[in-house]
Design a protein around this ligand. Structure first.
Ligand SMILES: Cc1ncc(COP(=O)(O)O)c(C=O)c1O
Length: 445
């Protein structure tokens, strides 16, 4: 049996590799973002550094071009080098970037944001998703005068103390771990158990409205009810679902209400901006909290974000992302089935996850790595973590991706005894973090 010819079809990544060697001397982990680092992909096969990007494609430093399904880890909702956003940035750049007083655009961007997002009487702009969630946690603790936080562990664990729940937790004070409780998505009993065991002590529940799993048995509304009956607050982390599931976010999509709702990534189409929003009664607490940073008022990101929101409104870009994503999602799963491979997309057409199983049903990281390796060699860039869609992904992109996926499946299905490892020519992708605090489960006495 002959697999896709690795010798003739290996990418030339010479320039990527030499930059990686230079980076090893000057940048811990060779980049500022763990999920972008070479070891997160099939290292040795994947490109490592990018030269430029346009629309839904990027070109690496060796001149190889890829259809990109990672969307810069989520921020690229419209597309790379997107004209309306570029124009807004350039227009603002001519006036200045950051000033000694706030610029008028801070007010204009806040008004546009509050007109767009449900239950947002006020908004506080920040620079990263982690900062936004951290600020909301701080505010919830200040408002409730309680300290413990219940996190939905299967659905995002991002704030500055996250390292207390996940690996790479060096330097985090021990006491912080006692303040964090974790429950699993769709496990309402687990959340109830946390409130029972920590009666009167939980300041907030922090969760993504969904990751890939759909809410079952009215889960989200039950969470809301438990939070209310315990005088706690609900912080929705919409850093990924926001500006992706609906212009009004998952609050609209699932008809739920957060007390604080946090946004980031997609709102800026790549610009460094995030936001905490909520009703006046809660947001006013920020008058009293030291949640403040020099660059929060930086005006290029505010101008770009206004352009993103206007473009999404005018062109209904999110509806198009759902349509494009659905073509990929449905046909990917059809092709996998026709080839008798259990490598299905799960989740939502705008936020997919590739699940790979061996023929006997066990999860197979090797099968996934092999698929990713073969796709990237043919110009389709996907990450082990998730698969995203932007407004710039075209029907052509999806058709080419599906054709390539079919070719890859036709070769991989010939492999006997799940012996995928033999054909992986690079390193296996490394996970970026693992959970350290185990989820609370209902005690059955
Ligand atoms: C759901 C969610 N919330 C928050 C964050 C943190 O955002 P940032 O990386 O901008 O700090 C991430 C990052 O991936 C995320 O996925």
């Amino acid at each position: 049996m002959k697999l896709i010819d690795v010798n003739t079809l290996t990418l030339n990544i010479t320039n990527s590799n030499s930059l990686k060697e230079r980076a090893k001397k000057v940048i811990p982990h060779q980049t500022g973002t763990f999920s972008r680092s070479a070891s997160h992909f099939v290292e040795g096969i994947y490109p490592v550094y990018i030269e430029s990007a346009q629309g839904s494609h990027f070109t690496d430093v060796d001149g190889n071009e890829f259809i990109d399904y990672l969307c810069a880890l989520g921020p690229i909702t419209l597309g790379y080098n997107y004209k309306a956003v570029n124009d807004a940035i350039i227009n603002q750049l001519e006036k200045g970037i950051l000033f000694s007083l706030p610029h008028r655009i801070e007010v204009e961007a806040s008004e546009l944001f509050c007109d767009t997002i449900p239950h947002a009487d006020m908004v506080k702009f920040e620079k990263s998703g982690s900062n936004a969630v951290t600020g909301a946690v701080r505010a919830a603790r200040a408002l409730t005068k309680k300290e413990k936080i219940a996190y939905c562990g299967g659905g995002g664990v991002w704030h500055d103390w996250q390292a207390a729940m996940v690996s790479r937790d060096g330097g985090v004070p021990e006491f912080n771990k006692q303040l964090l409780k974790v429950f699993e998505y769709n496990d309402i009993d687990g959340l109830e158990q946390i409130f029972d065991e920590n009666h009167g002590e939980i300041a907030a529940v922090v969760m993504e409205p969904t990751m890939y799993e759909k809410p079952k048995d009215d889960f989200l509304h039950k969470v809301r009810k438990i939070v209310d009956s315990n005088d706690a607050l609900l912080i929705l982390d919409e850093v990924i679902t926001g500006f992706r599931f609906d212009l009004q976010g998952a609050q609209k999509y699932f008809n739920i209400k957060g007390d604080f709702t946090c946004f980031g990534k997609g709102m800026g189409n790549g610009l460094p901006i995030s936001a905490i929003s909520g009703p006046n009664e809660f947001m006013k607490i920020f008058d009293e909290l030291w949640v403040s940073s020099t660059n929060n008022s930086e005006s290029l990101s505010l101008a770009g974000t206004m352009a993103v929101i206007n473009e999404m409104k005018e062109k209904n870009t999110i509806a198009k992302c759902w349509e494009t994503g659905k073509i990929l999602y449905d046909n990917w799963n059809r092709i996998a089935e026709e080839n008798n491979l259990n490598v299905k997309m799960s989740g939502y057409p705008v936020r997919m996850h590739m699940d790979c199983y061996e023929h006997d049903g066990g999860v197979s990281a090797e099968l996934k790595a092999l698929i990713l390796q073969e796709l990237v060699k043919k110009g389709v860039f996907m990450s082990p973590s998730w698969v995203g869609i932007s407004y710039s992904h075209s029907k052509n992109d999806i058709d080419s991706t599906l054709q390539i996926f079919d070719l890859v499946c036709k070769d991989i299905k010939k492999i006997e005894n799940n012996n995928y490892k033999k054909f992986i020519k690079g390193n296996m992708p490394k996970t970026v973090w693992t959970m350290k605090i185990l989820p609370t489960k209902k005690h059955i006495s």
